[in-house]
Design a binder for this molecule. Structure first.
Ligand SMILES: CC(C)(COP(=O)(O)OP(=O)(O)OC[C@H]1O[C@@H](n2cnc3c(N)ncnc32)[C@H](O)[C@@H]1OP(=O)(O)O)[C@@H](O)C(=O)NCCC(=O)NCCS
Length: 109
């Protein structure tokens, strides 16, 4: 079942992340910051919350897929220590594009 964590400002969701967990893995389905709130650290904060949650629940890996042209997302994940572990050819449509698979091993989990 997909779960969500979010950050609200004045009652409005400005950043959210949908994810699910299977055994010792957490898969990120989607993360989004509302355009006018980007580059202010919201997604970083949310990802760090997810990493804490993983430590509490003994989850060892966070996994995700990202479009290879998505520079902001790749920058965010790289900054947090995610490493590319594979590629899915033509995974996305409109436009057709490869997905980069990325993993983060949670230290101390
Ligand atoms: C990816 C996304 C969630 C980032 O949210 P955010 O709240 O702006 O992220 P933060 O402010 O916490 O972090 C920004 C980081 O992204 C990276 N970044 C932002 N713009 C970038 C760009 N144009 N090129 C490279 N890296 C960039 C940087 O690493 C930056 O960290 P820094 O400010 O310390 O250098 C946001 O851009 C978004 O909602 N995009 C649309 C949805 C999406 O593509 N989601 C990802 C699906 S896999």
């Amino acid at each position: 079942m997909t779960q969500r964590i979010e950050i609200k400002e004045e009652g409005r969701t400005v950043c959210y992340c949908d994810y699910y967990t299977v055994l010792d893995e957490l898969e990120i389905v989607f993360i989004k910051t509302e355009p006018e709130y980007r580059n202010r650290g919201y997604a970083t904060r949310l990802m760090k919350e997810l990493m804490s949650l993983c430590r509490e629940k003994d989850i060892r890996f966070i996994r995700l897929e990202v479009r290879e042209s998505n520079a902001p997302a790749l920058g965010l994940y790289g900054k947090l220590g995610f490493v590319p572990v594979g590629r899915r050819k033509n995974y996305y449509t409109d436009p057709r594009e490869d997905a980069i698979l990325m993993d983060l091993e949670i230290k101390g989990a």
